[in-house]
Design a protein around this ligand. Structure first.
Ligand SMILES: NC(=O)c1ccc[n+]([C@@H]2O[C@H](COP(=O)([O-])OP(=O)(O)OC[C@H]3O[C@@H](n4cnc5c(N)ncnc54)[C@H](O)[C@@H]3O)[C@@H](O)[C@H]2O)c1
Length: 358
C-alpha cells in the first residue's frame, strides 16, 4: 500500500493506493467525522458501493446510496440535479460529505454536486476504473456535459481524500481497462521516463491486472498528475502538459461522433503528435518508434481509424484549449519529457494526418 499527499493552493489531501484497503477507507471517512454522508454510484458499480457502505458503517457513518445510469450520457445537468435533490432529502449538511464510488463519470458528477451543494461539501473519491485511479479522481476537475459540449459545466473542487482499491479493478471490462493505458502511456512519454521503463518491464503482469505491478503504475501516474496540479491547479499554464495526445485525439473522437473511445483516440493523438514533433525536428525517430511499440503492446490499435481527414482537420481548431482558433500542441522532446505551447504549421498537421489516416 502507498500513500501520498497532494498539495494544491486550495488545500492538500491524501491519496491511498493498495489492494483490499477497507481499513484505510474506513479510516479516511472516520477522520472526516461527517455529520451525514451519501454515496453516489452507477448501477454497474452498485455491488462495490454497497461494500463501501458496509465498511463505512463500521466507522459509525450511515451512507444512503444514490444510483445513476452508467455511461457518458448520464453526465448531464439533470443527473447532477438528481444528486443534489438526493443530498437534500438525505439532509446532508455543510459538515457532511459525498462519497463517489465509480469511474470518471460518477466521480465527475458527484464531485460537481459536492462542489455546489451548500456551496461545497467534502468529497471522497473512491475510483473503481483504472482511468479514474490514474487520472479523473485526482486534480479537482469536476463537472457535467452541456447539451453540445463535453465537460462544459463544472467547478474546480479538490477531493478531501482519494482511496483507490486495486482489487476493484478485477471486474472492470477489458476494453475500459485497456483504454486507460493510453493515459498511462501519456504520463510516461510526456513526464516520466521511469514509468516508461516500468511499462516495458511489467507488461505481462499489468495486462493480467497484477495488483503489485498496478500499485506502482497508479502511484507513478498520480505523482505525475499531482506535480502539475500543485503548480497549476486551474489550468492556466503547466497543467497543459496533461493534454499530450489530446489535440488530435479529441478531434478524432469528435469527428467519429464518439464512436471511437477516448483511450483509442488519445493513442492515435499521441502517434500524430510525435510524428509532428519529428517533422519539426523536435524529437528523434526513436521516440516515435518506442511510443508506437508501447501503445501497440498495451492493445491500443495501430490501424488508421476510419474517419475522414476533413472532419478531423475541422475539429482541431475547436479544441477546448485553443485560443481564438490558435491551437497550442504539446510536443514530445524525448521519452519522459514533453513541452506544451507549440504552434504547428497547418501544412505539417495536414501532411501527418493524411498519412496517419491512410
Ligand atoms: N475530472 C477529470 O480530471 C477527468 C479526467 C479524465 C476523464 N474524465 C472523465 O471521466 C469519464 C470516463 O471515466 P471512465 O473511463 O472511468 O468511465 P466510466 O465512469 O463511464 O466507467 C466505464 C464503465 O465501467 C463501469 N465500471 C466502473 N467501475 C467498474 C468496476 N470496477 N467493475 C465493473 N464495471 C465498472 C461503469 O459502470 C461504466 O459502465 C469521462 O466522462 C471523462 O470526461 C475526467
Amino acid at each position: 500500500m502507498v500513500r501520498l499527499i497532494i498539495e494544491t493552493p486550495s488545500g492538500s489531501y491524501p491519496v491511498v493506493i493498495g489492494s483490499n484497503i477497507n481499513r484505510e477507507l474506513r479510516g479516511a471517512v472516520a477522520r472526516l467525522d461527517p455529520t451525514s454522508a451519501a454515496i453516489v454510484t452507477d448501477s454497474n458499480v452498485l455491488p462495490l458501493a454497497k461494500k463501501v457502505a458496509r465498511t463505512i458503517k463500521r466507522a459509525g457513518v450511515k451512507t444512503p446510496i444514490h444510483v445513476i445510469r452508467p455511461g457518458e450520457r448520464s453526465k448531464s445537468l439533470g443527473a447532477a440535479g438528481d444528486v443534489l435533490n438526493f443530498l437534500e432529502r438525505q439532509k446532508v449538511d455543510r459538515a457532511g460529505c459525498v462519497i463517489a464510488v465509480g469511474g470518471g463519470t460518477v466521480g465527475d458528477i458527484a464531485g460537481f454536486a459536492g462542489a455546489i451543494w451548500q456551496r461545497g461539501v467534502r468529497v471522497v473519491q473512491v475510483p473503481t476504473t483504472l482511468l479514474a485511479m490514474v487520472d479523473s479522481s485526482i486534480g479537482g476537475k469536476t463537472g457535467v456535459n452541456g447539451l453540445r459540449s463535453k465537460n462544459a459545466i463544472g467547478a474546480f473542487w479538490q477531493p478531501t481524500a482519494v482511496v483507490a482499491d486495486l482489487a476493484w479493478l478485477e471486474t472492470l471490462p477489458p476494453l475500459s481497462y485497456r483504454d486507460a493505458f493510453a493515459e498511462v502511456v501519456k504520463y510516461a512519454v510526456a513526464m516520466d521516463h521511469g514509468l516508461f521503463e516500468l511499462l516495458l518491464k511489467a507488461r505481462e503482469r499489468l495486462l493480467e491486472r497484477d495488483p503489485v505491478a498496478l500499485e506502482r503504475v497508479v502511484f507513478q501516474c498520480v505523482m505525475a498528475k499531482a506535480l502539475v496540479v500543485a503548480k497549476d491547479e486551474r489550468e492556466r499554464g503547466p497543467r497543459a502538459i496533461l493534454n499530450y495526445g489530446h489535440t488530435a485525439g479529441h478531434a478524432l473522437e469528435a469527428a467519429s461522433r464518439f464512436r471511437i473511445s477516448h483511450g483509442r483516440a488519445v493513442a492515435f493523438g499521441m502517434r500524430v503528435a510525435a510524428r509532428i514533433a519529428l517533422s519539426m525536428d523536435l524529437c528523434g525517430k526513436r521516440l516515435v518508434e518506442s511510443q508506437d511499440a508501447m501503445l501497440t503492446a498495451y492493445g491500443l490499435p495501430d490501424r488508421p481509424p476510419r474517419v475522414g481527414m476533413a472532419r478531423v482537420l475541422a475539429a482541431i481548431p475547436r479544441d477546448k484549449k485553443a485560443r481564438r482558433g490558435k491551437v497550442a500542441w504539446v510536443m514530445p522532446r524525448r521519452l519522459g519529457h514533453a513541452e506544451p505551447g507549440h504552434a504547428v504549421p497547418a501544412a505539417i498537421v495536414r501532411r501527418v494526418l493524411r498519412k496517419a489516416l491512410a
